[in-house]
Design a protein around this ligand. Structure first.
Ligand code: NAG
Length: 207
């Protein structure tokens, strides 16, 4: 009798964990404590994202089909952080955008929204389906409102490229990023100093 109920418990535990794992790997089972965020711009770089979102961990590198990466400024107002156009995405058949899927504590969702200027209407949150090694994940992402096309500063593009390299995005996509035209801004950029300081910290083994 004892043996039989132990067996039943073991069986149920194994069955439950299989169901749980299957759910996690396809992203269908939602974890109430975390959400998935698809980053395609400077937030692909771990140290940049973790400046404001320390709980973020990489879920996978993923592709968003039928969108393209674009640069610009909300209502034409140049980003004071980056001194040039910043990244957004827009629907475009035949194109695709590569990015990093981050898992972030739900408690930090408002941090991320604030960073993306949701309240002031710079970006709006959107839900996209991205694919990653045969799995589909539904993720939060952000799309710029009233975007006026503008090239990025070399620094901002560099941060995106560092994130692409750090996460091993396809080489062809990295090359495409590298061929993006910039505005050749070469003045001071305090945001870049913050990113370099964070990179230096993480190299010194604080994580
Ligand atoms: C970007 O392109 C330039 C030449 O256009 C090349 O010198 C450089 O190594 C490239 N950088 C990366 C990260 O691929």
């Amino acid at each position: 009798m004892l043996f039989r109920s132990t067996l039943a418990i073991v069986f149920i535990t194994v069955a439950l964990s299989l169901v749980f794992e299957a759910g996690m790997s396809t992203g269908t089972m939602s974890d109430p404590q975390t959400f998935l965020y698809f980053a395609y711009g400077s937030n692909m770089l771990k140290e940049r994202l973790q400046l404001k979102n320390p709980s973020a961990t990489v879920q996978c590198v993923a592709k968003l089909q039928d969108y393209k990466l674009v640069f610009g400024n909300h209502k034409g107002v140049v980003s004071k952080h980056w001194r040039g156009g910043v990244a957004s995405i827009e629907p475009s058949g035949r194109d695709s955008v590569w990015g990093v899927v981050w898992r972030i504590n739900t408690a930090h969702l408002t941090n991320l929204d604030r960073q993306e200027g949701v309240r002031s209407g710079v970006y709006s949150p959107a839900s996209v389906k991205v694919s990653c090694q045969g799995h589909t994940f539904t993720c939060r992402t952000y799309i710029m409102n009233s975007r006026v096309q503008a090239p990025p500063s070399p620094h901002y593009l560099k941060v995106i490229m560092m994130g692409a390299e750090q996460n091993g995005l396809p080489k062809a996509y990295q090359d495409k990023l590298n061929s993006t035209e910039t505005n050749k801004y070469d003045g001071p950029l305090p945001m870049m100093d913050k990113v370099y300081a964070a990179l230096k910290n993480s190299k010194n083994g604080s994580t």
